[in-house]
Design a protein around this ligand. Sequence first.
Ligand code: HXC
Length: 261
Amino acid sequence: MAYETILYAKDGAVATVTINRPKVLNALNPKVVAELGQAFAEVAADDEVKVAILTGAGGKAFVAGADIAAMSVMNPVEARNFSRQLQEVTSFMEALGKPIICAVDGFALGGGTEMALACDFIYASEASKFGQPEINLGVIPGAGGTQRLSRLVGKNWAKELCLTGDIIDVALAKEIGLVNRVFTSEELMPAALKTAKKIASKGRVSTKACKDLINFGFDVPLDHALRMEADAFGICFASPDQKEGMTAFLEKRKAEFKGSK
Ligand code: HXC
């Protein structure tokens, strides 16, 4: 599919989605958000693709937030609809049965941090900065920031970031658990690709089950979530990849997963 505001590339089983508006630090307007929805629908539909990487072009920002020029002229209904549009795309990414690694090189602010939070984990460069500065514009995070951020880093840090609008460096972002790993700018994409390829080499059924259970088991009572886990554990045994994984171990060789559905 042809896109105007993003780049879509495939390297074997890994798709890389790059937000490409570097002149405005990859700010998210309704067009970008719509194209991100289409790109992740493409990831979902393409059987060759098992893992995606989301990143931003230009080396200065992943995403410096939703487009303030576009938002400045929205009425309340349009603003609410824009918030829902972003929430629907981020929820689609979260529910997508294929992992998404976010590679942040530079600013991830407002909707940028929120977009990163909808990915499965974040790798960042040393120059990266994170924050929810919406309060400085007289508004609040509207793409899941008040919800996903608090679930990931705890209510206390989410409140400090959302209430002060402070921008934090990557060291603090890592300390509070927002970022998994930090690299130089040059090392970032190779590291994300290496991890993506490692995940792509595992079984498809077990990969999807892990992502789904961690995402959707988190907010339900533990005894229900454990039953969900047991059911998914059982379902893995219907997959040829379970036979291959266990047989390979017993035969003292490396498993070769075929990625059966
Ligand atoms: C529109 C933006 C933008 C944004 C940067 N630009 N961020 N345009 N929306 N979010 C544009 C600038 O206007 C400028 O355009 C160009 O990108 C380069 O940015 P500068 O400000 O000149 O760069 P610098 O001085 O290095 O400062 C970088 C920055 C700053 C600290 C990241 O740009 C900044 O504070 N941006 C806004 C961050 C923010 O408030 N994000 C939250 C948005 S609200 P020109 O034409 O002058 O070159 C949000 C809500 C999400 O995200 C929920 C929605 C439902």
